[in-house]
Ligand binder design. Structure first.
Ligand SMILES: Cc1cc2nc3c(=O)[nH]c(=O)nc-3n(C[C@H](O)[C@H](O)[C@H](O)COP(=O)(O)OP(=O)(O)OC[C@H]3O[C@@H](n4cnc5c(N)ncnc54)[C@H](O)[C@@H]3O)c2cc1C
Length: 468
């Protein structure tokens, strides 16, 4: 019998598989996707948020534990587990040497609107290179890997893992790590979670999924039905406002529209609805998907002028361009009169300050609701650009409750051979909100812990069997 079965094929699963194998366990990894689509959402990533007390290779300055924790506390509005968050934060300070041993390379942060050179280590070649490196290393170490192997249910006995089923095939193991992502790609479950709004719309019908189509939440649902302890709200997710022209799945990073803080955003009725300059973009980009989801038709329009060009990473498709604001309204299909009223009100409310996109500057609106509290400059310089936005779901936060050992819990009792990592448990740390790069910090920390714990559990069960 195999020692450790790892279910999933992204960062958390690979970290678990590598750690379990390094601890001496035999490991089988089951990835739902075919080989060419392996790696889940992790293949789309670019960086990892890291605690460090002094400059470190690609990371500038320092990002101490307390500051990382305060950032998380702020974005989650306190909906986080401090012990688990601090565990992930501390792990992020020393995991990179291990990552390098498995072939991951780092590079300094990219320029653009993301202020990340201090806090985030970028993967050379992106998440695709990271997962490829991990797969290569896993194969070399003797981890068995099966693709196109979606697990549809588990056999459990008193909170213990017994076997997993891929179709009719029953696969037993001494211990198991669940790292099969969230349920964001499951359209029916998203519809059920979001329901119908006061306008009679089903908001989630207009959502796009930024990552893999394989995160259907099959095992999450199965485990919840089997009585595993849950954490999180099914409507909470990392949601970005992305280019409305993006495909339903796997549009990835290049569909993100990163100019929100440089301009204004209006809804289908041509009215602004939120402070576009509330905070640095890495601390705010993940709330805009949700904000757009609450608007009529689940659509928004990011409006900028020529002054913004060159200050943000351009999306893959060019924006709608116009030589005047009324022309832009017409091209975007917005009510021209209301749009011009919104823009004139905004432009008139901008107070002159010293524009600096790298700090929380003093360019703010006055007597305008909603206010724009930083980087507010009149939108007055042709050409003007507009990007239609739709909610892009990155990953859901409903997950399995866990503890410092990454054990799945049933009625408050930790399983002694079933563990969880990554998106399937990220909700323990992320009740809501997000700060860039923390998904990989959580997945790496708990993937590694789950790998070590599962190997330990397998060895223990082996020793018990041998003694019996
Ligand atoms: C476009 C995009 C960009 C992102 N950028 C960043 C970033 O720069 N930094 C960051 O920290 N986070 C980023 N994230 C979030 C990040 O991807 C996740 O937090 C992280 O990858 C989660 O890792 P995971 O292993 O839990 O899930 P995933 O990487 O999604 O892996 C889940 C795996 O489980 C498999 N699976 C699903 N169901 C089953 C089943 N029933 N049986 C077997 N296998 C199954 C899937 O095929 C997949 O391989 C980004 C996400 C997206 C979509």
């Amino acid at each position: 019998m195999i020692d450790v079965l790892v279910i999933g094929g992204g960062n958390a699963a690979l970290c678990a598989a590598l750690m379990a194998r390094e601890a001496g366990a035999s490991v089988l990894l089951l990835e739902a996707a075919p080989r060419e689509w392996r790696g889940g959402n992790s293949a789309h990533t670019r960086n990892l948020r890291c605690m460090h007390d002094a400059p470190q290779d690609v990371l500038t300055d320092a990002y101490p534990e307390e500051e990382f924790w305060q950032d998380l506390l702020k974005v989650t509005g306190g909906q986080t587990s401090e012990p688990l968050a601090r565990l992930a934060i501390r792990e992020s300070s020393h995991c990179r040497d291990w990552m390098r041993q498995h072939g991951v390379h780092f590079q300094p942060s990219l320029s653009g609107t993301l202020h990340l050179s201090r806090t985030n280590a970028f993967f050379m070649g992106g998440g695709k290179a990271l997962v490829n490196a991990y797969y290569r290393s896993a194969e070399k170490l003797g981890v068995q890997i099966r693709y196109s192997a979606p697990v549809d249910r588990l056999e459990l006995e008193d909170g213990r893992f017994v076997a997993a089923f891929v179709g009719g095939e029953r696969i037993t193991a001494k211990a198991c790590v669940l790292a099969a992502g969230g349920f964001e790609s499951n359209r029916d479950w998203m519809r059920e979670a979001w329901g119908q709004n006061e306008r009679g719309e089903w908001p989630s019908d207009n959502f796009l999924i930024r990552g893999t189509r394989f995160n259907q939440g099959v095992l999450l649902k199965h485990l919840l039905d089997a009585g595993a302890d849950a954490i999180g709200d099914p409507t909470q997710a990392h949601m970005v406002a992305i280019d409305a022209r993006a495909p339903l799945y796997d549009g990835g990073i290049c569909t993100r529209i990163d100019c929100v803080s440089l301009g204004v955003v209006v809804n289908r009725e041509a009215r602004r609805f939120y402070d576009e300059g509330e905070d640095f973009w890495p601390k705010r980009y993940a709330i805009w998907g949700r904000l757009v989801a609450q608007q009529p038709g689940q659509v928004g329009y990011s409006i900028i002028d020529a002054k913004a060009i060159g200050r943000f990473m351009p999306p893959v498709f060019p924006g709608v361009q116009a030589d005047s604001l009324p022309e832009l309204a017409r091209k975007l299909g917005l009510d021209e009169t209301i749009f011009m009223q919104t823009m004139n009100d905004y432009n008139a409310a901008c107070r002159v300050g010293t524009f600096d996109h790298t700090v929380l500057d003093d360019c703010a609106t006055e007597a305008l609701s909603p206010a724009k509290t930083h980087w507010a400059r009149p939108i007055d310089t042709a050409p003007f650009y507009g990007y239609a936005l739709k909610p892009g779901v990155t990953f859901t936060y409903l997950g399995l409750k866990t503890d410092e050992t990454a054990a799945v819990r049933f009625g408050g009792v930790p399983s002694d051979n079933l563990f969880v990592a990554g998106e399937m448990m990220a909700g323990n740390v992320l009740g809501k909100g997000y700060t860039a790069g923390v998904g990989m910090s959580i997945g790496t920390a708990f993937g590694r812990i789950a790998g070590t714990q599962s190997a330990r559990a397998a060895m223990k069960s082996g020793a018990i069997r041998a003694a019996a």
